[in-house]
Design a protein around this ligand. Structure first.
Ligand SMILES: N[C@@H](CCC(=O)N[C@@H](CS)C(=O)NCC(=O)O)C(=O)O
Length: 258
């Protein structure tokens, strides 16, 4: 699945720029794994991107995918591209209504779960502290824990299957939804299985898939390693690290203010 035998960039191969801690990066890495596509990763936290990174990703966000033909800076666009270019293992269902529903749930994950679980939870407890040396905004955290996440789980409880995945085999909607809840785990937020039994079981099931499992060591390592040492620590642990990095040692604020 990974290509870590040597330090040569694979000719015509795929490079993903972005940290193992990002749910949007995780979504792309899991889709690559499911499609059996090898890749290299430049595991930068986006605030540490250099000037070239800003050129590749105008919003200075991760993931960025670079291959022999294109450079793309949005997880949904990347996954659609992979789906079209490498259709052998499909990650969208076949019928138009189901495809549309899969896209909606992916969009819901990226936007609403992104807001609640990343900007208002993970970024508060992890990024603010470890990138900016600031304490979390307790009001934002409280709102996320007490209102936004419960609201999202109420909705998901009505949408998710009691068994298996959303549309048969695991697909991009499952990957996107579960990817965000992995950051909930990393932020020490556990879904209350008594209140949302279907969602709690679904997230455990999807995160238990081998394609998610294969990333866990690198995620946990990133979570406990100072940011500037991520690359070396991940390389030592066998991650398929790219030869070149778009990282720098001083963080700068993002382009979008959310
Ligand atoms: N719509 C983008 C969102 C990506 C995104 O927001 N990534 C976060 C990391 S989890 C990021 O790069 N944040 C840096 C910032 O907000 O400046 C996608 O789907 O790829």
């Amino acid at each position: 699945m990974h290509r870590s035998e040597d330090d040569t960039e694979p000719a015509g191969g795929i490079t993903v720029v972005g940290s193992y801690l990002s749910p949007y990066v995780r979504k792309v890495l899991v889709c690559l794994a499911l499609k059996g596509l090898p890749y290299r990763i430049d595991p930068i936290v986006p605030f540490y991107g250099n000037d070239t990174f800003a050129h590749l990703s105008p919003l200075r966000r991760v993931p960025v995918l670079i291959d022999d033909q294109v450079t793309l800076a949005d997880s949904t666009v990347i996954c659609e591209y992979l789906e079209e270019r490498y259709p052998a293992v499909p990650l969208l269902p076949h019928s138009p209504p189901q495809r549309a529903r899969a896209r909606w749930l992916e969009e819901y994950a990226d936007s609403r779960l992104g807001e609640a679980l990343i900007w208002h939870l993970f970024n508060q407890v992890v990024i603010r502290r470890f990138v900016w040396g600031e304490p979390p905004d307790e009001q934002v955290l409280r709102k996320a824990r007490e209102r936004e996440i419960p609201q999202a789980l109420d909705y998901l409880e009505s949408q998710l299957p009691a068994d298996g995945c959303l549309f048969g085999p695991i697909g991009v909607a499952d990957v996107a939804l579960a990817a965000f809840f992995r950051n909930a785990v990393l932020s020490r937020y556990a879904i209350d299985a008594a209140r949302w039994p279907i969602s709690a079981a679904y997230v455990v099931r999807v995160l238990g898939h081998a394609a998610f499992e294969s990333l866990r060591t690198f995620e946990d390592l990133s979570a406990r390693t100072p940011i500037l040492h991520h690359r070396a620590a991940l390389q030592a642990a066998g991650a398929p690290i790219s030869k070149h990095s778009f990282g720098t040692s001083t963080p700068r604020r993002g382009v979008l203010e959310i």
